[in-house]
Design a binder for this molecule. Structure first.
Ligand SMILES: Nc1ncnc2c1ncn2[C@@H]1O[C@H](COP(=O)(O)O)[C@@H](OP(=O)(O)O)[C@H]1O
Ligand SMILES: [Mg+2]
Ligand SMILES: [Mg+2]
Ligand SMILES: [Mg+2]
Length: 392
């Protein structure tokens, strides 16, 4: 079921309805007829932070789309761990950091984010620094409420470096992946801007901007044959449910994970990159569950977004030995899925703990599904892992 998030909760219901229903046809974004509609309240103590996070992620998505549409070789570098990073990763991180600091000036600012400016401070990176600064200024200037932008290169570099916080179990920390799925971004496929807020070690809100994800279900599709209008913004605050709207600003709809309780009907998501997850192991798990559909392999936390609206029923992630998961790769996705009625745990069924700094301390992998399928999924995972270790 999908419900309308109005944000006009102090108004009488009739007035809300009057104000809301014209929105459904704005920019031709009509709701699918199969969805029933009800007006809901989503006021929480994090409303201001959520509004700031949505604005920050949407502006960052604008910057990323501009770069992705006209990507040139000099926009891409390799980090010390050989993973790619682009001017859009840096620009997105700077935009999010600047917008959050401007919108929520009263609170101490702590950001745990993936990128830092060390490589782009080198003499050889002068042109890259200039390009990033221009992208950030142009993006902020494109927002009416931010009309003037006279940032120096140093302002932009320090905004990026404000993401060096260690996080932890005390106080509030923003958690940002400025582009999750940089490899997908480079291929022209899926990626996400993933932003969450930790409060006393708990994820209390999350926003996922997925600029290339279709607004309609991708159920049964593969990453290379996605069609229709794209650009989704998923958001969730603790206790308030998960909502999706289009990145160009249509009304929000409440989303829920799949209600499937028969594993044979369930389809599952996993990484497009075989280096990021053991596809042979996930195949074994799916076989044990009797899953008939082939895996849907897509990049980034767009998987969590798609799962939150029921496009598939399971997400399996089993990194190769020795890899340590980072909190920014899962914090936003995790709350988006759990507020939509899903469950995200490690391979042993433990909840994901985001309070231990920049890394997640996990047993083996991450599994996500609905409440009904979780017991069967945990059993299949346990058996598959045991078989794998006895065959080594
Ligand atoms: N060897 C590895 N195993 C598991 N995950 C990895 C990995 N190398 C990189 N990653 C992570 O996988 C993320 C992308 O996830 P997915 O495979 O779902 O698209 C990357 O995020 P970034 O693109 O932000 O660096 C990165 O953090
Ligand atoms: Mg990266
Ligand atoms: Mg990532
Ligand atoms: Mg990233």
């Amino acid at each position: 079921m999908i419900s309308v998030n109005c944000g006009l909760c102090t108004l009488k219901p009739q007035i809300k309805a009057h104000l809301l229903f014209p929105l459904f046809s704005s920019k031709n974004k009509t709701l699918p007829s199969s969805y029933s509609v009800k007006i809901v309240s989503s006021m929480s103590s994090y409303d201001k932070e959520l509004a700031a996070a949505k604005k920050a992620a949407s502006l960052a998505a604008r910057l990323c789309q501009k770069v992705q549409k006209a990507l040139v070789r000099s926009d891409v570098q390799s980090k010390s761990d050989e993973s790619p990073v682009t001017v859009a990763d840096y620009g997105s991180q700077a935009v999010v950091s600047l917008v959050l600091q401007k919108e929520i000036p009263s609170k101490p600012f702590s950001l745990v984010a993936e990128e830092d400016s060390a490589d782009i401070r080198l003499d050889a990176a002068k042109e890259t620094r200039e390009r990033i600064t221009k992208l950030v200024c142009d993006t902020l200037a494109s927002d009416e409420s931010c009309s003037v932008c006279n940032l120096s290169q140093e302002d932009v570099l320090s905004a990026i470096d404000s993401g060096k916080s260690e996080g932890g179990s005390r106080g509030r920390h923003w958690v940002l992946d400025p582009i999750d799925g940089t490899k997908g971004f480079l291929r022209g496929d899926q990626y996400a801007i993933a932003l969450a807020l930790l409060d006393e070690g708990r994820v209390v809100l999350g926003v996922l901007a997925c600029p290339n994800l279709p607004l309609k279900s991708i159920s049964g599709s593969s990453q290379k044959n996605l069609h229709g209008e794209v650009g989704c913004l998923f958001y969730a605050a603790v206790g308030s449910g998960t909502y999706m709207q289009s990145l160009d600003g249509s009304s929000a709809v409440k989303v829920q994970v799949s209600a499937i309780d028969n594993t044979e009907e369930a389809s599952f998501f996993e990484s497009y990159e075989a280096a990021h997850s053991q596809h042979d192991l996930t195949n074994t798990i799916a076989r044990k569950l009797g899953v008939k559909a082939p895996p849907v392999r897509i990049d980034s936390q767009a998987k969590y977004g798609a799962l939150s609206r029921g496009d598939g029923a399971i997400y399996l992630r089993f990194p190769h030995k020795g890899y340590q998961e980072k909190i920014w790769d899962h914090a936003a996705g995790c709350i988006v899925v759990t507020e939509a009625g899903g469950v995200a745990t490690d391979a042993a069924g433990n909840p994901l703990d985001f309070s231990r700094g920049r890394y997640l301390d996990l047993d083996t992998g991450i599994i996500v599904t609905n409440q009904k399928l979780m017991p069967q999924l945990l059993k299949a995972v346990k058996e598959s892992l045991e078989e794998k270790s006895s065959s080594l």
